[in-house]
Design a protein around this ligand. Structure first.
Ligand code: NOJ
Length: 534
């Protein structure tokens, strides 16, 4: 007798990322907030996602827009209060939506009480909670480590005569995760929110938590050219992905395991063979080490086919796959690949094996917004200008309708609205069956409850040129879909030999219901999800 495997919500479900500053403003200050998110929960339910991940909402001086946390147990007044948060969680749960928060353990704000105490004197009880070092012999920084946001990763503190390390802004000092008191304090933070009913965390730069114990210089990057990203001048050998980080993650994971079905998602930008080590040994790592392959890959069918197979093969036993197409740190998919291919990309994201994460606004085809110089907010763009590194373009307000503030706010929003928002918005798209929003909704509806698409196996199909094709099949074989995607702008045929069925969802709508089989015709920029004959 075969026993059916039990799958958890974060394996079956689809995660939707909310950048809270830009989702919905409820109090007319031009910045999104928690009551605003509550107002839009019915939309998310209607759309058909299962969980929301909300980027940081904690008290913060907002030097890095919330990724500089001044109090891990509060809510920034801009976003609301703890009561608002509890209401959000209750309202989300009432609609069957899970709530995932962002946990930022690598660094705090320099305004956090811990850092203020740490910097107060060399013998402060919290001195060792951060990474303090004496100057090098010449008085300069202790080593050659660089900040991800440009410039040195060390800032000198005049009062105490030492440098402190920050992987990001000087206002984001790195915590010392080798100190057991720090570990204990941060694990308590996790419990604080888990007790409040949070269903999981996305853990910021989790592969950065531990740095070399000997503070050795990073090796120079032989491939770096002046003019490219300054941070890449050295290779982060001693500043990230250190072997001891897995012990720390295992401790975090134990806290998650004290509660029912909570998910630990790790933000990790590493090559595949390193990424999969973050599943840990015997369930000691992240449930979902974020897989950014589709964000980073060239939009090329052969390349993507190869990376999907590489990923499928690299996964450890029991490791559940996941896919990300966009987030608040990368250019939007519709800008990267164009409007037509963004539809194909949505079909790919929602039919691959594993948990998809959808970035707010991508479901309606939002594009990067040009930010005039005087409106630039992102410190990354300010530090390293003109290289396209700034992240404001993908963080602009959600486009809800065609009214003056796009339904986002009655005030001037913190970042400008897209010029095309009167055409590209939820209201305009919701009743238009050919819209990007309708396509996403149909894909989500098809996926929901489908044993093939939610948790079924993945079988690559041989294809050529721009065509990417695979079959998703339910464990018991009762249901199967052929996904055929044309990643190019010329027509193609897919030789699907013995396979035949009916188009369940198509990017171009007009083919839904069509019987196809054998040689499958794909128009330019077309994708088909075909329900195969039993
Ligand atoms: C990764 C976050 O996604 C990004 O937005 C932030 O700037 C850095 N970590 C630093 O926290």
């Amino acid at each position: 007798m075969s026993r059916k495997r039990h799958y958890l919500w974060w394996q079956r479900g689809v995660v939707y990322q909310i950048y809270p500053r830009s989702f919905q403003d409820s109090n007319g200050d031009g910045v999104g907030d928690l009551p605003g998110i509550v107002q839009r929960l019915d939309y998310l339910r209607w759309l058909g996602v299962d969980a929301i991940w909300i980027s940081p909402i904690y008290p913060s001086p907002m030097k890095d827009f919330g990724y500089d946390v001044a109090d891990y147990r509060g809510i920034h007044p801009l976003f609301g209060s703890l009561d608002d948060f509890d209401r959000l969680t209750a309202e989300a749960h009432a609609r069957g939506l899970k709530v995932i928060l962002d946990f930022v353990p690598n660094h705090s704000s320099d305004q956090h009480a811990w850092f203020r105490e740490s910097r107060a004197s060399r013998d402060s009880a919290k001195r060792d909670w951060y990474l303090w070092r004496d100057p090098a012999r010449n008085g300069g920084p202790p080593n050659n480590w660089l900040s991800n946001f440009g410039g040195p990763a060390w800032t000198f503190d005049e009062a105490t005569g030492q440098y402190y390390y920050h992987a990001f802004l000087p206002e984001q000092p790195d915590l010392n995760w080798r100190n057991p008191e720090v570990v204990a304090a941060m694990l308590d933070v996790l419990r604080f929110w888990l007790e409040r009913g949070v269903d999981g965390f996305r853990v910021d730069v989790i592969w950065h938590l531990i740095k070399d114990a000997h503070f050795r210089d990073n090796p120079e990057n032989p491939e770096w050219t002046p003019g490219s990203h300054p941070f890449q001048a050295v290779l982060p050998v001693y500043t990230a992905d250190r072997p001891e980080v897995h012990e720390v993650i295992a401790e975090m994971r134990r806290v998650f395991d004290e509660y029912e079905e909570r998910v630990l998602i790790g933000e990790i930008y590493l090559p595949l063979e390193r990424l999969v080590t973050y599943y840990g040994q015997n369930g000691s790592g992240a449930h979902l080490p974020f897989n950014f392959q589709l964000v980073l890959a060239p939009w090329d069918a052969r390349h993507i086919a190869a990376l999907i197979e590489e990923y499928e093969h690299a996964l450890p036993p029991g490791g559940w796959p996941n896919w990300v197409l966009g987030n608040h740190d990368n250019h939007r998919i519709a800008t990267r690949v164009g409007t037509a291919q963004a539809r194909v990309a949505a079909m790919l994201l929602l039919t691959l094996r594993g948990t998809p994460t959808l970035y707010y606004g991508d479901e309606i085809g939002m594009r990067d917004v040009d930010i005039p110089p005087e409106r630039i907010q992102d410190p990354f763009e300010k530090n390293v200008p003109g290289k396209g590194l700034g992240r404001d373009p993908e963080r602009t307000p959600m486009q809800w309708d065609g009214s003056a503030g796009a339904g986002f706010s009655t005030a001037e929003p913190w970042l400008p609205l897209s010029v095309d928002y009167r055409a590209v918005n939820v209201e305009a798209e919701r009743d238009d069956p050919s819209s990007m929003l309708s396509l996403n909704r149909r894909l989500l509806a098809l996926r929901r409850g489908s044993p093939a698409l939610e948790v079924g196996g993945f079988e690559p199909l041989e294809a050529e040129g721009d065509v990417l094709a695979y079959v998703r099949r339910a464990e018991d074989g009762a249901e199967a879909f052929l996904v055929a995607l044309n990643l190019g702008s010329t027509a193609h045929r897919l030789d699907a030999a013995a396979l035949a069925g009916v188009v369940a969802v198509s990017t171009h709508l007009d083919r839904e219901g069509e019987r196809v089989g054998g040689q499958i015709r794909l128009r330019p920029d077309e994708g088909l999800v075909i329900r195969l004959d039993p």
